[in-house]
Design a protein around this ligand. Structure first.
Ligand code: TMP
Length: 207
């Protein structure tokens, strides 16, 4: 039985992370686990304010380094205010994005030194690491560039940028194969969810 477990969801824009995390939460609740769903950046009052700053396309003056530190600041607050207390209470914390996002988006995407991001990440998270990370792989289903929805400051970046982010994620999954499990996104959200549940059952519930 799992107790106080930390599950993160990662992947490119429009990969359905939050939908899948919410479906997993329903499943775990039915199994009798106490669960919490949160997102990054966000899920505390301060972190939601930082999210607004980071995603507002008018804020195109933010330097790469300041951007990375703002994501880390939002995370520092979330760890202290929400994640550590929930894990101490024995809850399963389902988090939409975490440090891997900063490595993929600000490290591989913007070119900030990956080891520096890891060091700052270790410091702000008080070295709390996910027990398991579900990395959603869209394959050739990536719709960001075909889609005309209102894009935020990060989504508006070039196709090259987003390709570097995806490549970064795969490098991470190869570097940490025990923690990061790649799940291919299927046409049907419930088929994708089935794969995620298999991974969670295998890696966490039977421990
Ligand atoms: P979301 O739309 O998946 O909620 O994430 C918000 C955006 O912020 C998304 O474009 C990914 C980006 N992001 C980073 O660039 N670095 C980070 O560390 C995190 C957590 C998100």
């Amino acid at each position: 039985m799992i107790q106080g477990k930390f599950i993160t969801f990662e992947g490119p824009e429009k990969s359905g992370k939050s939908t899948q995390a919410r479906l997993l939460k329903q499943y775990l609740l039915r199994k009798g686990h106490s669960c919490l769903f949160i997102r990054e950046p966000g899920s505390t009052s301060l972190s939601e304010k930082i999210r607004k700053i980071l995603l507002n396309k008018k804020n195109n003056h933010i330097s790469h380094f300041a951007e990375m530190l703002l994501y880390m600041t939002a995370r520092a607050q979330l760890i202290k205010e929400v994640i550590i207390p929930a894990l101490r209470d024995g809850k399963v914390v389902l988090c939409d994005r975490f440090v891997d996002s900063t490595i993929a988006y600000q490290g591989y995407g913007l070119g900030i030194d990956i080891n520096l991001i890891k060091k700052i990440g270790k410091f702000v998270t008080q070295d709390i690491k996910p027990d398991i990370t579900i990395l959603l792989d869209l394959g050739d289903k990536n719709s960001l560039f075909k889609d005309n929805h209102k894009k935020d400051r990060i989504e508006l970046r070039s196709e090259g940028y987003h390709k570097r982010v995806i490549k970064g994620y795969f490098l991470l999954s190869r570097r940490y194969p025990k923690r990061i499990k790649v799940v291919r996104v299927k046409d049907n959200i419930f088929s994708t969810q089935e794969e995620i549940r298999k991974v969670i059952n295998k890696c966490l519930l039977k421990k």
